[in-house]
Design a protein around this ligand. Structure first.
Ligand SMILES: Cc1cc2nc3c(=O)[nH]c(=O)nc-3n(C[C@H](O)[C@H](O)[C@H](O)COP(=O)(O)O)c2cc1C
Length: 315
């Protein structure tokens, strides 16, 4: 499975998440588990060639980290176009069923497919038959309302997509108003495949709340990531296990600086050793094992004692 639980995903954003932007983000904030490409439009007159895909994704493309998103409609969804993508190194292909733009929807692509179930089904079937790797879909609630939402989820899962991203707004809402996380809850409660939650995650607290309230598998962030590309790093720092590591790291620094200070005031090494041993149990009680503490208390010289904590600091 390409998608780890709780992955942090930088959303596809047309005109922004191009190769240059992705390269900068990957260097400056490498903590994103995935960074989407913006969408590649499948041609309706000709078919897509392998070279078109390679040119589009760019030289720094990292197949393990960069899912490719495509925009298509029934006419453009040709088996050979999907085969051309399959023949490249792309490991994760995403079908855009959420683009609200008039030009796209008037050609029966993007979000308009959420009201055209036969086309939606056909496109997924063709993609599934001709692209052999991880296939996902990104959807909205519907065109003007959510009347087809459940049916669309069932079609997508039934036709074999491996994951679904939900941006819980209708096409009519564009990017306005509040995104309806309740619909993500609905999706996670009925689908067996991973649901990627998306919409209005801007802070670490939003991220935590989305996971907790919706039970989604992973989280995709768009505008919040544009405003703060370091958000993935901040989220990683706050994850439970890592927080413990940071606390210990900080504690180690504090204890070392405490002993450095002590050494400035007390130059007699015998007295220093006595003082250090006197404080050892207090300082290390909640952060180190009894074995480690006993080791310190057995030190015969202050040099032996301080070597031990300096080694501990760098471990
Ligand atoms: C400038 C811009 C461009 C976007 N382009 C795409 C796109 O190419 N493909 C897509 O699936 N969604 C696109 N979106 C939608 C985002 O991926 C995301 O679903 C939406 O912004 C909601 O998430 P957010 O609240 O975290 O921003 C775009 C959004 C913005 C703001």
């Amino acid at each position: 499975m390409i998608l780890k639980n709780r992955s942090l995903i930088f959303a596809p954003m047309d005109g922004i998440t191009d190769p240059l932007y992705r390269a900068v983000i990957n260097t400056v904030c490498p903590e994103w588990d995935f960074q989407f490409t913006d969408f590649l439009r499948l041609p309706s007159v000709s078919t897509l060639k392998q070279k078109n895909v390679i040119d589009f994704v760019g030289v720094d493309f990292d197949a393990k980290k960069n899912p490719l998103q495509i925009l298509t409609n029934k006419l453009a969804a040709k088996p050979d176009s999907f085969k051309a993508i399959d023949d490249t190194e792309v490991l994760w292909l995403d079908l855009n069923f959420g683009c609200p733009a008039n030009k796209v929807c008037s050609h029966h692509g993007g979000a308009s497919l959420l009201d055209r179930q036969d086309d939606l089904k056909l496109i997924v079937q063709i993609a599934k038959r001709n692209f052999s790797k991880f296939l996902s879909a990104k959807i909205r609630l519907g065109v003007n309302d959510d009347k087809n939402f459940l049916e669309n989820l069932k079609i997508l899962e039934g036709e074999g997509v491996d994951a679904i991203t939900i941006h819980p707004r209708t096409r009519a809402q564009m990017y306005g108003g509040r995104s309806s996380w309740e619909h993500i809850v609905l999706a996670t409660s009925i689908l067996k495949i991973p649901v990627i939650g998306n919409g209005d995650v801007v802070t670490v607290a939003d991220y935590k709340r989305m996971l907790k309230e919706t039970n989604c598998h992973s989280v995709m962030i768009g505008r919040g990531a544009l405003a703060n590309p370091w958000l993935a790093g901040e989220i990683n720092l706050c994850r439970e296990g890592d927080r413990e590591e940071i606390r210990l790291e900080l504690k180690k620094k504090q204890i070392i600086s405490f002993f450095c200070e002590l050494e400035m005031y007390e130059i007699d090494s015998n007295k220093l050793l006595i003082r250090a041993k006197q404080l050892t149990r207090y300082l290390f009680r909640n952060i180190e094992s009894e074995y480690f503490i006993t080791g310190l208390l057995r030190a015969k010289t202050y040099k032996e004692y301080s070597d031990c904590i300096r080694y501990w600091r760098s471990a």
